[in-house]
Design a binder for this molecule. Structure first.
Ligand SMILES: Cc1ncc(COP(=O)(O)O)c(C=O)c1O
Length: 394
C-alpha cells in the first residue's frame, strides 16, 4: 500500500519503543527482588482527585454525554479563564479559550491553522519530539536550533534573530520544557516575542507544564506578555488527567472562528465526560489537592537531582518545573562500558531494571550524550532507583 510522504516523514516516538521493551522485561522480572522501576514516561503517578472522578461519574449517570460545542463547554472555558486570573493574575477572556482533546489536538489545530506548506518553525534542540511532527504534518519544517545549558536549553532572542530566514513563520517554544524541565526567563521570552513580532511571525508556546513550577521567578504564563501569543495547555500534567484527553489553547480573537471551523471538522468536540469532570478541577478542594501534589513533585526533584549529580549523572541545569531531569550520561556510559545514551538506557534497563529515556527522541544536537529521567514516580521508587544506580555506578 502506498503511504503518504507526510506519514513517512513522522519518525517513531522512541520513548514508546523503549517503554515497550521495558514493559516486556517488567513481566519477566515482576516477581524478582528488583522489579522494574519506570522513570521513562512523562505522566504523573497521581490520578484525578475524587471530586473530578465523581463529576465524571455523575455526567455519565445523568446522560450528559452528548457532543458539546466545538470550542468547548462555555462553563469550562469560563473556569479556565478564572484560573488564569486567580493563579497568574492575567485576564484571558473565555471567548479566546478553545477546549481541545489534549494539548496534542491543540498543537495540531494551531499548526494546521497557521503553517503553510514550506513554512519553517524555529524550535529549541532538545525539545518534545511530537511538536516538530505537528509542524511536519502541516507540511511545514521544524528547524531545530541547538541550545546550551547557559540558555537553560531554550531559544534566546539572539538565536531567533540570527536564524530567521525567508521561510520562517515563527517559533514553537515550550516552557517549562520536556525533556529539561527548564523554563524561558520571562525577560528573554519578551525579547523573543519582540523579534518574532518585528518579522510579522507567530509565537506559539506549549505551556502544558505551566502549573508545575517550583520557582517563583519562572511560574508565569506567556499570555501576560501579549495577546497575539498562542498558548497551548492541558489537563494532563498539573491536573493529573493524561488519559482523559483534555486540553485547551488560548488564541488571538480573530483566530477563534478559524480554529472553530477546523475543530468542528476534525474532532467535533473534546470528550464531553472529561469536560464535565474538568469543571471540578477548579473547586477549592481539588486545587488544594493539586497543590499538595505539586509540593510532592518539588520534594522529589529536590531529592533526586542532587543524587544524580553525586552519581556522576550530571544535570547541567536544575529544572524549575515539570518532572524531568536531563542528565549527562557520558561518565555512566564509560563506567558501564557502553557508548552513548541509547545503549546506556538499555544497560540500565537490563542490569538495574530501570527504565529511562535516551536523548534520541528530543533532537539531533547531543542526543547520544543525554538521558531523560522522569521524576513523576513515587519517592520510594526514586530512592530505590538511586540505590540501584549507586550499586551499578559507584
Ligand atoms: C511538552 C509537551 N507537549 C504536549 C504533550 C501532549 O500532552 P497531552 O496529553 O495534553 O496531549 C506532552 C506530553 O507529554 C508534552 O510533554
Amino acid at each position: 500500500m502506498r503511504v503518504s510522504a507526510r506519514a513517512q516523514r513522522i519518525e517513531p516516538f522512541y520513548v514508546m519503543e523503549v517503554a515497550k521493551a521495558a514493559q516486556t522485561l517488567a513481566h519477566a522480572v515482576a516477581g524478582s527482588a528488583e522489579p522494574m522501576i519506570f522513570l521513562n514516561i512523562g505522566e504523573p503517578d497521581f490520578t484525578a482527585p475524587p471530586a473530578v472522578a465523581e463529576a465524571a461519574t455523575r455526567a455519565i449517570a445523568d446522560g450528559s454525554t452528548q457532543y458539546t460545542q466545538a470550542l468547548g463547554m462555555p462553563a469550562l472555558r469560563e473556569r479556565i479563564s478564572g484560573w488564569y486570573a486567580e493563579r497568574f493574575g492575567v485576564q484571558v477572556p473565555a471567548r479566546r479559550i478553545v477546549v481541545t482533546a489534549g494539548a496534542s489536538a491543540a498543537l495540531q489545530l494551531a499548526c494546521l491553522a497557521l503553517v503553510e506548506a514550506g513554512d519553517e518553525m524555529l524550535m529549541p534542540d532538545p525539545s518534545y519530539p511530537c511538536n516538530r511532527h505537528f509542524v511536519s504534518a502541516a507540511e511545514g519544517t521544524a528547524i531545530l536550533i541547538p541550545t546550551t545549558a547557559q540558555e537553560r536549553y531554550q531559544l534566546s532572542s539572539d538565536k531567533v534573530r540570527a536564524a530567521w530566514g525567508k521561510k520562517t513563520r515563527g517559533v514553537l517554544l515550550a516552557s517549562p520544557s520536556n525533556p529539561t524541565g527548564t523554563s524561558i526567563a520571562p525577560e528573554e521570552l519578551r525579547r523573543i516575542h519582540e523579534v518574532v513580532q518585528a518579522h510579522g511571525g507567530i509565537t506559539l508556546i506549549d505551556e502544558i507544564y505551566l502549573g508545575l513550577s517550583y520557582e517563583e521567578q519562572f511560574g508565569h504564563t506567556a499570555l501576560a506578555i501579549a495577546d497575539d501569543i498562542i498558548s497551548i495547555n492541558s489537563f494532563s500534567k498539573y491536573f493529573n488527567m493524561t488519559g482523559w484527553r483534555l486540553g485547551w489553547m488560548v488564541v488571538p480573537e480573530q483566530l477563534v472562528p478559524v480554529i472553530e471551523r477546523l475543530a468542528q471538522n476534525l474532532f467535533i468536540c473534546a470528550s464531553t465526560i472529561a469536560q464535565h469532570a474538568a469543571l471540578a478541577c477548579f473547586e477549592p478542594e481539588s486545587i488544594a489537592e493539586y497543590e499538595r501534589r505539586r509540593a510532592a513533585f518539588k520534594a522529589r526533584r529536590d531529592y533526586f537531582i542532587p543524587e544524580l549529580q553525586q552519581l556522576g549523572l550530571h544535570v547541567p541545569v536544575m529544572p524549575d518545573g515539570a518532572f524531568y531531569a536531563w542528565a549527562d550520561g557520558t561518565q555512566a556510559a564509560t563506567r558501564l562500558g557502553v557508548q552513548g545514551s541509547w545503549d546506556l538506557a538499555y544497560a540500565l534497563m537490563d542490569r538495574a531494571h530501570l527504565a529511562v529515556t535516551p536523548g534520541r527522541d528530543f533532537g539531533t544536537h547531543e542526543p547520544e550524550r543525554f538521558l531523560r529521567f522522569s521524576t513523576a514516580s513515587s519517592m520510594d521508587h526514586l530512592q530505590e532507583a538511586v540505590r540501584r544506580l549507586r550499586a551499578l555506578l559507584a
